[in-house]
Design a protein. Structure first.
Length: 84
C-alpha cells in the first residue's frame, strides 16, 4: 500500500518562535503532535491514526499522551467503578 503525504504550510510570525526559543522545524514537529493529541482527545482519530499523524509508533503516542494530560482511554468514573 502506497502512502501519500500532503504538505500543509502556515505563516508564522518570528516573534513567537523567538520567545519559545524553537526552530521552525521543532515547532512544526510539535504542532503535528499537538494536532494528533487533540484530534485523538476529541475522538476524531483513533490512537493508531493519531500516531501516524504525529509520525511516531502507536505505543510511543499512547505513552506521550500523559505529557499532554490526555488519558489513553475514555472511561467515566462510573464505568471504572462498575469494573472494579
Amino acid at each position: 500500500m502506497m502512502m501519500i503525504a500532503h504538505r500543509v504550510e502556515i505563516d508564522l510570525p518570528e516573534e513567537p518562535l523567538f520567545s519559545l526559543k524553537e526552530t521552525p522545524e521543532h515547532f512544526a514537529k510539535e504542532m503535528k503532535m499537538l494536532a494528533a493529541v487533540k484530534r485523538f482527545e476529541l475522538g476524531r482519530l483513533s490512537s493508531g491514526r493519531a500516531a501516524q499523524l504525529a509520525g511516531i509508533p502507536r505505543v510511543a503516542f499512547l505513552m506521550r499522551l500523559a505529557d499532554y494530560r490526555v488519558a489513553p482511554f475514555d472511561l467515566t468514573r462510573e464505568a471504572l467503578a462498575e469494573n472494579a
